[in-house]
Write a protein that binds this ligand. Sequence first.
Ligand code: ZN
Length: 164
Amino acid sequence: MPFNVRALRDVDIHEVPLVSYSGKDRQPAYAPPTTPLSHNLTVPEGKKMYEGSCHCQAVRYAVVSDPLENVEANDCNCSLCGGNGTLWTYHSPSDVHISGKENLGCYLFGIKENHHYFCKTCGVNVYEQRGEEDHVGLNVRLLDGYEDEVKKMTVKKSNGRNDA
Ligand SMILES: [Zn+2]
């Protein structure tokens, strides 16, 4: 029976040798949403628009960002990010649109400052935010075409496990 090794508290996920597995080998293959996402975001010169969704697609996001080849993603090994397998990029709230918010749950812990939002249907972590004015952290593993997009990014491994 498979189990989530990320949930083991005494294992640093950055230290676990990983073997790539393509879910595309199992049919039917996952397909990103085909209906347009309605939002008011505009794309200034030099920026790009990206979209992503949770697995069941009840929650979707659009973000205006620097091109991903110029973006650093944060792979944190703390007990929450490491357990969930999230990969973060950070954005101004005005550059992010979230749809399907009614399907989000919110997880708070510790000093209850950072709001971690996840889809209540499929359980996927979508974004995190400290306050209305602060940055939004997006889980870029949810990007449409993630496998190709993430190759463009620099991924920084951060040691939240031991820094927190
Ligand atoms: Zn979902």
